[in-house]
Design a protein around this ligand. Structure first.
Ligand code: PLP
Length: 386
């Protein structure tokens, strides 16, 4: 038989994150590799979804989402970032931020178009682009500040450059792009007529008094920016698959058609639950969320330091990259395995976030965990040293 799976198979090889999770389960360890928050869902969100189900909101929605949710997203975006959004024409509700990015790439990028991305990167960004035959072009950034310059951007530009992808706060580094850096990206994008595709899923997970800046709010950026976000993380509903993108109507229609083709719509009653949350949950919830996660960040960073695994303190999101070079093993994967067997703590080997063998001295630890679990994880890490 000469039948084979397609060449695209290589693009969806089991991620390092999943394989660490499987091994972690096998040894009954604490899983700090996967970014699944196990904190509580706001009750209003849960009840909103239940009520919608009971009230018959169970069929296909419009291809770009329920009007209630689109208008709640527009209102929330204006409240948090000052950005004015037309909910009828500029919002597409999709199957998570992941779905929104896939539809954006299909709608706006041609095969061979290059997209500048920062390294370390989130693997799904790369696989999504490659699946749509766009070509990621990497700018390597280094700890602790993960900085880049205008020159770095220019060096990566070719005649095929079509977009730049910005993830702020970033997974895995926790970098929050500064206003200077975003200005630089805005100037570069305007100068060379590029799309800016953002991933702002961690917009509320921000520490040390820093502020999230939505790139679309910078002067001249609204038309060329595709703002991707969602509430998987903010409301701890990663399995609901509700996310969105906001962009100019000129792009939104086509992105929406791809959304229709691939997903038809996000789950109808769950859209209503999210709308209830966005409309009714006040600013205090988001402030507490940031404060709570800042405390978790401090706890794990302290434990990592004490274990001799120097952490690169994240400014946002809920992961920390730490230096695991002192752990035995030839590769990052070996080191992560040693750590798992010695402490029963799973992290993700750094190679997962770099191309061509970078990141082998790093491990990524997720701290979106209940306090009790996090505390036990910290105790185990600290014992590594003693
Ligand atoms: N974007 C980033 C940077 C992430 O880290 C994740 C999840 O880990 C996602 C998107 C997934 O978001 P969603 O659940 O809305 O698809």
């Amino acid at each position: 038989m000469s039948l084979k799976v397609s060449k695209r198979r290589e693009l969806v090889a089991q991620s390092e994150i999943r394989s660490m999770s499987i091994e972690c389960d096998r040894v009954d360890g604490i899983n700090l590799s996967q970014g699944v928050c196990d904190t509580e869902i706001p009750i209003i969100v849960r009840q909103g979804a239940h009520a919608a189900m009971e009230n018959g909101i169970n069929t296909y929605t419009r291809y770009d989402g329920l009007a209630e949710l689109r208008s709640a997203i527009a209102a929330k975006q204006e409240r948090f970032t000052g950005m004015k959004v037309d909910s009828e024409r500029e919002v597409i509700v999709s199957a998570g931020a992941t779905g929104a990015l896939l539809c954006t790439c299909l709608a706006l990028l041609n095969p061979g178009d290059e997209v500048i991305v920062f390294e370390p990167f989130y693997g799904y960004h790369i696989s999504t682009m490659e699946t749509t035959q766009a070509v990621p072009v990497y700018i390597k950034t280094d700890p602790p500040e993960w900085k880049f310059s205008y020159e770095d951007l220019e060096k990566k530009r070719t005649g095929k450059t079509r977009a730049i992808l910005v993830s702020t706060p970033s997974n895995p580094s926790g970098k929050v792009f500064s206003s200077n850096e975003l200005d630089m990206i805005a100037t570069f994008a305007s100068e060379h007529d590029l799309f800016v595709i953002t991933d702002e899923i961690y917009e509320h997970f921000i520490y040390d008094g820093l502020r999230h800046i939505a790139p679309a709010t910078l002067p001249g950026m609204k038309n060329r920016t595709i703002t991707i976000s969602g509430v998987s993380k903010t409301y701890s509903i990663t399995g609901w698959r509700v996310g969105y993108c906001i962009c100019d109507a000129e792009w939104a229609e086509t992105i929406g058609y791809f959304n229709d083709l691939i997903y038809v719509c996000a789950p109808a009653p769950l859209q209503m639950g999210v709308a209830e949350g966005l409309l009714n949950i006040g600013g205090e919830y988001y402030e507490n969320l940031a404060r709570d996660y800042e405390r978790k960040r401090d706890k794990i960073c302290d434990a990592l330091s004490r274990a001799g695994l120097e952490p690169y303190i994240p400014q946002g999101a809920y992961y920390v990259l730490a230096d695991i070079s002192g752990v035995s093993g030839a590769t990052g994967k070996d080191k992560a395995m040693t750590l798992l067997y010695e402490t029963k703590i799973a992290c993700v080997p750094g190679e997962a976030f770099f191309q061509n063998g970078g990141g082998e001295t790093l491990g990524r630890f997720c701290f979106a965990k209940d306090d009790e679990v996090l505390e036990e994880a910290c105790r185990r890490l600290i014992k590594l040293r003693t």
